[in-house]
Design a protein around this ligand. Structure first.
Ligand code: FE2
Ligand code: FE2
Length: 463
């Protein structure tokens, strides 16, 4: 899809637009218009005392079927932190209050925990007041025990650092399927988490796909993990639960349990690592009793198709975690960090399990060999390539990336420099995965390759 160009009519118009209504008329700001028209760096710098909620998002709460955590920022202080909600189609209003504190760039960071919601219910909500409001929506998770199928997207490493890759992230956001139940973000949301301009760009995408980030993240339930570029500032913007340390949590969603680990904190703290292992073990064992699929999420890939495979901290994490995931018989491990799309069923010693397929071509889920996936790159900052490596002693790793079945870095001398969207459909007995790629070319500020299906496969429970 070549997005049609429209011309931004006047510098003056942009200058006087408030942040509430700021959305460029263009989905494709080309080089000429960038050069001739000074695009404002950020929404907020144009309106230093904005009362309008920005960077609004809705994260899963402790009990995902009844609780959500809403976060946003304002430039102006002394504002009430409040959300007004109603079920879609029901005018009865629910009000929840929260707290705000001042933080980076003198912004006020607002956080609200909304509890006692109904499961599997779509809500619409408003934050802010008067003319300075943001309207969004979300759907709570099904009640525990539900076996209904669901669909989620897995995006990795938007890693927004500047206007160009913010537009690429916006392009990616705009191409997600519209029928998702939630969105999983595998870390590295910005390149430098203390840089507020980068957070603003994640949500406003420099106007290239008008506020695709805000439209998406304010209107879908999200689940995030912490990447190495996120550091603790992530929790100011995105309020994830902390059940066994910061951003370590799990949730039931229909016929699956998701366990989110924080390998960033586990990396530096042996106690944190041990707590997370115990937490993981309990959560997986409980899920197995309920015959659920088990997904584990964290940022730095243990098994990947690109060059971080031999980083010393990755080797160390692989030695610690990979045998545990195999022993617990985790089904899927969702990873990021390496800006590559790859997948493979990996045994406890790091080899490809080579699982059989059934008569319909669906892979029969192998025992004790989790499906390790790396979710690619949802921005345009960088792509890593393969490297030759030698397997060290006691490293559960096969040589030459032979543990993988698909690797987007396997394109000769150049890696596939495209944006990636992974979408899962999860039902009681089957996982169906469709991975899409697309190309947003930051040189010419356009989608030059439409979203297309890059990888498609299904996995069936081995009954
Ligand atoms: Fe990254
Ligand atoms: Fe990373």
């Amino acid at each position: 899809m070549k997005v049609p160009k429209k011309i931004i009519s006047s510098i003056l118009v942009i200058a006087i637009i408030t942040s509430t209504s700021l959305s460029y008329q263009s989905t494709n700001v080309n080089k000429t218009s960038q050069e001739s028209i000074k695009i404002p760096k950020t929404t907020e710098t144009n309106n230093l005392k904005s009362k309008t909620p920005q960077q609004v998002n809705v994260h899963m709460g402790y009990d995902t079927s009844t609780q959500v955590n809403i976060s946003y920022t304002t430039i102006a202080g002394e504002l009430e932190t409040k959300v007004v909600l109603n079920k879609v189609g029901d005018n009865k209003k629910i009000i929840a209050n929260g707290e705000n504190t001042i933080g980076n760039a003198n912004k006020y960071f607002h956080s609200i925990v909304v509890s006692n919601l109904d499961p599997n219910t779509k809500y619409e909500y408003t934050v802010g007041s008067g003319d300075n409001i943001y309207r969004g929506s979300f759907k709570t998770a099904p009640a525990k025990g539900s076996k209904n199928s669901f669909k989620f997207a897995f995006l990795s490493d938007t890693q927004v650092s500047n206007e160009n890759n913010a537009k690429a992230a916006g392009a990616t956001f705009s191409q997600l399927s519209k029928d998702l139940d939630f969105l999983y973000l595998a870390g590295d949301i910005t390149d430098k988490a203390t840089n507020e301009t980068q957070w603003e760009l994640v949500f406003n995408n420099e106007g290239a796909f008008p506020n695709a980030g805000q439209d998406l993240l304010g209107s879908i339930l999200i689940s995030a993990v912490q990447g190495n570029h996120d550091n603790n500032t992530l929790t100011r913007h995105i309020n994830a639960p902390a059940e066994s340390g910061s951003i370590v949590y799990s949730y039931d969603y229909g016929p699956a349990t998701f366990i989110m680990l924080n390998l960033e904190t586990a990396r530096y703290d042996a106690n944190a690592r041990a707590y997370q292992k115990e937490y993981l073990t309990n959560a997986v064992n409980e899920a197995k009793k309920r015959d659920q699929w088990t997904f584990v999420g964290f940022h730095k890939s243990l098994y990947t198709g690109a060059s971080h495979i031999t980083d010393s901290d990755v080797i160390e994490a692989r030695q610690y975690w990979a045998p545990t995931f195999a022993e617990l018989d985790v089904d899927v491990v969702m990873q990021g960090h390496d800006h590559v799309y790859s997948r493979g069923f990996v045994t406890s010693n790091g080899y490809n399990a080579n699982p059989a397929s059934d008569e319909n071509g669906s892979i029969i889920n192998p025992k004790n060999a989790p499906l390790y996936m790396v979710g690619g790159h949802a921005g345009a900052l960088k792509w890593y390539s393969k490297k030759n490596y030698t397997v060290g002693a006691n490293d559960p790793l096969a040589p030459g990336y032979s543990f993988l079945d698909v690797n987007s870095a396997d394109t000769g001398s150049d890696v596939k420099k495209e944006q990636v969207i992974v979408e899962f459909e999860v039902s009681e007995n089957d996982l169906s995965v469709n991975t899409y790629m697309m190309k947003y070319d930051t040189e010419i500020d356009s989608i030059t390759t439409d979203k297309y299906l890059y990888d498609s496969f299904s996995v069936t429970k081995d009954k």
